[in-house]
Ligand binder design. Structure first.
Ligand code: GAP
Length: 585
């Protein structure tokens, strides 16, 4: 399996074989939007089913939700998305292109200007060659770069290079030198001057109802999570679950990404699979059980325990998510955990881990698992005026047995601990006193995954070009997608060895009809068996069944396994048992 295959090769296979198409392609496409074709939508469905199975159906402590994409705009005010969900964006004053300010360097590296300048750096070209680029190729590629348009700027750059050739040994330093300024002030498309970065909100706006008035503005959700918080009280009241418990949701999210890139990796319309797992605040755990388990206790993470504090719950969900990713077919060593540093964390977050996969364009986020404290529910309580507190009868019972001295000591302990984390001690005291009544706003651990990113990682991981030599010494290349059977879009293909013998053809149809009612099966009667195998290898079908003359006699057929290419005779019952086993998560 290969991670070195380029994204272009993967994209080409995906288009050729019906996994992913550019949206609106007949009209020239629309940037940042992708359609999943016959095989792609099957595979995507498998990923979502696998997530739902693991996160909802396999658990007694998680319930599902399917909320609307457009919600009351106040939700996005409360969540902070209206005010802060933005990217810094700048515009080129010459070519008018818009770009994310933090991606200017990357765009330069990936573009023609960057490639030609990098080639000069790679061959240790001196100031003469660089000046030659400005007077030649640079005129076409970067017509607005000062060293290209202004002889004085070029002379100044050349003088600096002459005096100190080491002053521009990196692409961004060289571009800065030729641009007479810092690299981020020059357009990576034409060399023109960039505007100051300004925030650009990523939410798509729409109008609800017939009147195009600011009071009717609504937003397409930029994440599925907020609906879970907004419906927390309803799910809590109807699901008969108590904290700790989770609410899961999957579905479309929309972000008006300034520069969608890397195929489906950063899209403007995509699908998320999110769980908000609500836990008791550590202080409630301490009152209830006399202790809070932390990671310092080196707990066994396999089965949740009532004494767990937020830190252990967070790590538990990191481990659960890794297990799921591996079960979907990504090898353990293909992704890493990136623990955000304290200065990278949102102000309310206690911890956040990104699971990062080694995509062909670099190691990038696949999904994130955040410990978000009680921030979200508190925000919705504040903005909606509705209490988001839960009532915990056992907690009230335990506290009713505490004397006033013990309560006062507890309140001061909480106040001191909050203060040590820069939080208001008065708020801590109020919170602790509420605990004595059995009331608190749950904290939350949020594993948040992207369907499209998971699919892209699985596609990149699965691709392999194998060089094969047949018995006659003839070389051939086999393209094979090594999908796990669990996510493979087609589980089994059925081939009749010949078309013109009813005893073979009809038997094969019978087997196919049986299988298609139970799994994703594909029928192929065209061409030599070898070619049919190759077609299935290229879309990652784990097994191919060939029905031949012997099938009519003993009810066995040949099962060819994709990766080993080994063939074995089996009955339908044997094959079905093997298939069922392989598909269990
Ligand atoms: N509720 C938290 C949240 O939305 P996020 O890191 O912004 O967190 C979670 O998004 C996941 O959603 C990401 O790890 C990624 O898998 C997916 N995702 C986010 N933006 C995306 C985009 N523009 N295109 C494709 N997937 C995206």
């Amino acid at each position: 399996m290969s991670n070195t295959s380029s994204l272009d090769v993967i994209a080409s296979l995906c288009k050729r074989r019906g996994f992913i198409f550019h949206s609106s392609e007949v009209y020239g496409g629309i940037n940042g939007f992708w359609d999943y074709g016959p095989l792609g939508c099957e595979m995507k469905r498998n990923i979502k089913d696998a997530w739902w199975q693991a996160m909802v159906r396999d658990r007694e402590d998680v319930a599902g939700l399917d909320a609307t994409i457009i919600m009351h705009p106040a939700i996005w005010k409360a969540s902070g998305h209206l005010d802060t969900f933005s990217d810094p964006m700048c515009t080129c004053k010459s070519c008018k292109k818009l770009m994310r300010a933090d991606q200017v360097d990357d765009i330069l590296t990936d573009g023609e200007i960057g490639k030609t300048l990098q080639a000069l750096l790679d061959e240790h070209a001196d100031y003469g060659k660089i000046a030659g680029w400005c007077k030649g190729k640079g005129k076409g590629l970067a017509p607005n770069l000062p060293a290209v348009t202004d002889p004085d700027a070029l002379t100044a750059a050349v003088e600096k290079l002459k005096a100190d050739p080491a002053c521009a040994t990196t692409l961004s330093a060289l571009y800065a030198l030729l641009g007479a300024g810092a690299p981020s002030t020059r357009c990576p498309y034409c060399g023109g001057e960039l505007t100051e970065p300004r925030p650009f909100n990523l939410m798509f706006k729409t109008i609800v109802g017939p009147v195009d008035d600011p009071s009717n503005v609504a937003y397409l959700r930029p994440e599925t999570a907020q609906a879970i918080f907004a419906q927390f009280l309803n799910v809590y009241a109807t699901s008969r679950m108590s904290v700790p418990f989770g609410i899961a949701q999957m579905g479309k999210s929309f972000r008006n990404e300034v520069t969608p890139r890397n195929y489906t990796f950063r899209s403007r319309e995509f699908e998320q699979m999110e769980l908000e797992f609500f836990i008791k605040p550590d202080e409630a755990v301490e009152l209830l059980y006399g202790k809070v388990t932390t990671m310092a206790d080196q707990p066994d993470l396999s089965v949740p325990q009532k004494e767990w504090g937020w830190e252990v719950w967070h790590k538990y969900w990191v481990e659960q998510r890794k297990k799921w990713i591996i079960a979907c077919g990504l090898p353990k060593d293909s992704f890493v955990e990136y623990w955000q540093k304290p200065d990278e964390l949102a102000h309310y977050a206690r911890a956040c881990v990104d699971i990062e996969y080694a995509f062909p364009f670099g190691v990038q986020e696949l999904e994130g698992i955040a410990a978000r404290s009680d921030f979200d529910l508190t925000q919705h309580q504040k903005h909606s005026g509705k209490s988001m507190e839960v009532f915990d009868e056992p907690l009230k019972q335990v506290c009713s047995k505490m004397d006033e001295t013990a309560k006062a000591a507890f309140v001061e302990k909480v106040a001191a601990e909050w203060q040590s984390r820069g939080k208001d001690p008065e708020a801590a005291r109020a919170f602790a006193r509420k605990l004595f009544e059995g009331r608190y706003i749950p904290h939350v651990i949020e594993p948040s995954a992207g369907v499209d990113r998971m699919m892209l990682a699985l596609l990149c991981n699965a691709y392999e070009e194998q060089k094969l030599v047949d018995e006659k010494g003839k070389e051939d290349t086999r393209v094979v997608m090594h999908f796990s059977p669990k996510v493979a879009p087609v589980k089994v293909a059925v081939f009749p060895l010949v078309k013109n013998k009813p005893e073979v053809y009809n038997k094969a149809r019978e087997i196919f009809e049986y299988l298609r009612r139970r799994t994703a099966a594909f029928w192929d009667e065209g061409g030599a068996i070898g070619r049919r195998y190759r077609r299935q290898d290229e879309v990652g079908t784990p097994w191919c069944i060939t029905v031949d003359f012997q099938t009519a006699e003993d009810d066995t057929f040949t099962v060819r396994e994709r990766d080993s290419m080994k063939q074995e005779r089996m009955t339908l019952a044997q094959f079905k048992a093997m298939l069922d086993e392989a598909l269990v998560f």
